[in-house]
Design a binder for this molecule. Structure first.
Ligand SMILES: *Cc1c(COP(=O)(O)O)cnc(C)c1O
Length: 363
């Protein structure tokens, strides 16, 4: 992307010492770089995108997002490469999904040059904020909200697009720790015809009470079942799920199919391809919660893991529900998840070949 947006430099950027202090242990989503991409939509068109100092925004109290929730977001990462450069991973897939989320929420399409070109220019400007350790990255957070100062219920006529960046540490600095999950039979995340496939703020708002219930049951994360039958596995919290099966000497990596109520994860899509590259069979289909429980008991289901941009791959060690509890394998996570995780991180940090052209060099 060769777009060049006007930059209004931050008059008070972090000092090199402050930045170094933050990069020592960035965590996730705690610190923000000095600039952000800003674009506004009004009168049926996007105005010119610019790069502005990272700062609070002003909204009218009647701004439609605050009442009717037209809010979508994305998340992707820029990784320090083995040779010291910087590259993003499949950002154009996030741009596509952003467009699909916008359509579902009756929001205008954002030009891809603003999404991808804006990210490239921001990363170029903030390159000193990209940490260098394995699994560390600069997390990019694009979002769009309806800003119309009007209380009538209809799609907003004005929108604000922002794209800012946050240094991210390795999610599991002390090694990958498996999670215990609670299968919710009370709450659903998404229903047919709803917004499950869109990355919208409202999906998260509706999920928090179920996450709190999972924690009250002594679990780390909630697992969502389909809204109609309450029988098929959909996702874990804000991550997609994978099951590893042993069948007649073969290892099969399988994930719930995209029914419209699941979020089509970029990590999910990438792992289906990487699994085949590594010699496993991979497929997408409906997976029942009974098949999960019986498969673990019979030894057919050998591993379960969740995946997403933020945490890459998280093994599921144990499962609880109103029907009882069970442990997967030794509860410590398995070799297929570990191998896929390493293969993905090697590709993202430029230590492995990139046969599918997923990396985009920025610096
Ligand atoms: C973002 C998200 C994911 C993971 O998507 P990635 O593109 O892999 O980061 C999975 N489920 C939900 C509900 C999400 O919001």
């Amino acid at each position: 992307m060769s777009s060049s947006f006007v930059v209004h430099p931050n008059p008070n950027p972090h000092s090199a010492a402050e930045r170094a202090e933050r990069l020592k242990s960035p965590g996730f989503g705690r610190y923000f770089t000095d600039h952000m991409v800003v674009a506004r939509y009004a009168d049926g068109a996007w105005g010119p995108a610019t790069i502005e100092p990272y700062a609070p925004i002003t909204l009218d109290p009647s701004a439609s997002v605050l009442h009717y929730g037209q809010a979508i977001f994305e998340g992707f990462k820029a990784y320090r490469q083995a040779d010291g450069g910087i590259a993003t991973f499949r950002a154009e897939k996030n741009a596509e999904r952003f467009a699909s989320s916008a359509r579902r929420l009756a929001m205008p399409a954002l030009p891809v040059e603003v999404f991808c070109g804006g990210a490239d220019q921001l990363i170029g400007l903030e390159q000193a904020w990209v940490p260098g350790g394995d699994g560390e990255s600069l997390y990019m957070r694009p979002l769009m909200i309806g800003t119309d100062p009007f209380l009538g219920v209809r799609p907003s006529l004005e929108y604000l697009f922002l794209l800012f960046a946050s240094p991210a540490g390795a999610y599991f600095p002390r090694g990958v720790k498996p999670v215990t999950v609670w299968i919710s039979d009370e709450y659903v995340r998404a229903a047919p015809g709803g917004t499950g496939f869109a990355k919208c703020a409202g999906n998260y708002a509706a999920s928090l009470v179920a996450q709190a219930q999972a924690q009250a049951e002594g679990c780390d994360q909630v697992v969502w079942l389909d809204a109609v039958h309450r029988a098929y596995v959909e996702e874990m919290g804000g991550m997609n799920l994978f099951f590893v099966l042993r069948e007649g000497g073969k290892t099969i990596v399988t994930t719930p199919e995209l029914t419209g109520s699941l979020l089509p994860g970029v990590t999910r899509d990438s792992l289906l391809v990487l699994a085949r590259d590594l010699g496993y069979e991979a497929d997408e289909r409906r997976i029942g919660v009974d098949e999960w429980r019986e498969g673990v008991a019979s030894g057919r289901v050998v591993e379960v893991f969740a995946c997403g941009t933020a945490a890459v791959i998280t093994p599921v060690g144990a499962v609880k529900s109103r029907q009882g509890a069970f442990t997967i394998g030794d509860g410590e996570g398995g070799p297929v998840a570990a191998r896929l995780r390493q293969a993905l991180l090697d590709l993202q940090h430029g230590r492995a070949p990139d046969p599918h052209g997923w990396m985009h060099r920025v610096v």
